[in-house]
Ligand binder design. Structure first.
Ligand code: PMP
Length: 428
């Protein structure tokens, strides 16, 4: 495959956009080479500026659960656009999508729409702090909740339980209120609660982690976390930006039967437009302005294009009783095929999967937290990524990302992918 035009476009982009991209992972820094510039996409495929066709396993990092340019979403956006793209005033559409979301997701009474997953998680934390009148939060190493200051935190050194900034520009003052725990390690969380009694407003977690590859919660972990939060009058926040409307109609709450206090959404809920949302029971949500004291706002929040796209996406998922089973079956088929061809080629690997989220790690040992995810062989991943790319299969350009399976993928596409993995495996 040729990437001449993409390379030229990348050179031009670099002159006017930092790193040539508007979000760092797109720059291929983790894998080397030139980012692919997309021209258009339809269903399971991307078409790039050089005329290559790629089977897409990123799908805009999750939102395109029914494939690219899904017609009901496109039509709804086009029709709405003709009638005005933003008013900064209430519309009936906002209530319609809110009603549908509340009916699909367990345990939420009210929802507020924002413009990204970052905003959803940032606002959820503020709401939790306002509601509990406490400052500290616990997050898990390797979980990503967007790029707001409170989340750009690394583990403090030694015995320190305080976080430290992991980006210049985040102040130590902010960092000290974010405590870091190891994913799937309930004793670690307990110790943080012990050391910070009565001070923890919220624990925020990706109920299935998707930002260090796909990492499922070990049996009992989410339940124990729920119990710990209840005992300490701390709010449990599920960041379902990836898992929401993907793992089940009601997301991970439904899949695992665990009730969170606040749930964050993004990606699928916007059907590919910039949307996020956070939701909770009425008592908590009524803490938000204009009825409550916690301020949160947005000029473009709930704008008609985004709401129209999101509503069509949720309607389609709500109407199709087989969709999540179908996605699970397709992903299981892919998983089995990948397992077979990598094993045949004697590649050392581990794979993780929950529903339509899957990841391959080049390490022999189980991957269950950030430390084990980092054990993966990055050089092998780079070869794997480029081997697949040259065969027309596009996975995320980083060893720490999840593959998102869409309903637009046919079994032919999956067989093509498995064959590409098999051929690539021989080159590793
Ligand atoms: N939470 C999770 C779990 C995510 O995966 C992401 C984005 N990948 C975010 C929050 C932030 O969402 P956004 O990029 O829309 O700000």
């Amino acid at each position: 495959m040729l990437y001449k035009r993409s390379s030229e476009l990348f050179v031009e982009a670099n002159k006017v956009i930092p790193g040539g991209v508007n979000s760092p992972v797109r720059a291929f820094k983790g894998v080397g080479g030139t980012p692919i510039f997309v021209k258009e996409a339809k269903g399971a495929y991307l078409y790039d500026e050089d005329g290559n066709r790629l089977i897409d396993y990123i799908n805009s990092w999750g939102p395109m659960i029914l494939g690219h340019a899904y017609e009901p979403v496109v039509n709804a956006v086009v029709e709405k656009a003709k009638k005005g793209t933003s008013f900064g005033m209430p519309t009936e559409l906002e209530t319609q999508i809110a009603q549908l979301a509340v009916s699909m997701v367990p345990n939420i009474d009210k929802i507020r729409f924002v413009n990204s997953g970052t905003e959803a998680c940032m606002s959820a934390i503020r709401l939790a702090r306002g509601f509990t009148k406490r400052d500290k939060i616990i997050k898990f190493s390797g979980c990503y909740h967007g790029h707001s200051d409170s989340f750009l935190i690394a583990a403090g050194s030694g015995l320190s339980t305080f976080g430290v900034p992991n980006s210049p520009g985040v102040t130590e003052g902010t960092a000290k209120d974010t405590l870091l725990a190891a994913y799937n390690d309930i004793d670690n969380v307990k110790a943080l609660f012990e050391a910070n009694k009565g001070q923890i407003a919220a624990v925020i977690i990706e109920p299935v982690a998707g930002n260090m590859g796909c990492i499922p919660p070990v049996k009992g972990f989410l339940g124990a976390l729920r119990q710990l939060c209840t005992e300490n009058e701390t709010l449990l926040i599920f960041d379902e930006v990836m898992t929401g409307f993907r793992l089940a109609k009601g997301g991970a709450q439904e899949l695992y039967g665990i009730q969170a206090d606040i749930v964050c959404f993004g990606k699928v809920i916007g059907g590919g437009l910039p949307v996020g949302a956070f939701a909770a029971r009425e008592e908590i949500m009524n803490y938000l302005a204009p009825i409550g004291p916690v301020y949160q706002a947005g000029t473009l929040s709930g704008n008609p294009l985004a709401m129209a796209a999101g509503l069509e996406m949720l309607k389609a998922l709500n109407a199709d009783n087989e969709i999540f089973t179908r996605l699970d079956e397709k992903t299981a088929y892919l998983e089995k095929g990948i397992h077979r061809v990598l094993t045949e080629a004697n590649v050392v690997f581990t794979k993780n999967r929950v529903g339509s989220m899957i990841s391959v790690h080049f390490d022999a040992n189980p991957v269950y937290d950030f430390a084990t995810a980092k054990n993966g062989d990055n050089d092998t991943f780079k070869k794997f990524f480029h081997g697949l790319l040259k065969r027309g299969v596009y996975i995320a350009p980083s060893a720490y990302e999840t593959w998102f399976i869409t309903d637009a993928l046919t079994y032919e596409d999956l067989d093509f992918t498995i064959q590409a993995v098999g051929e690539t495996a021989k080159e590793l």
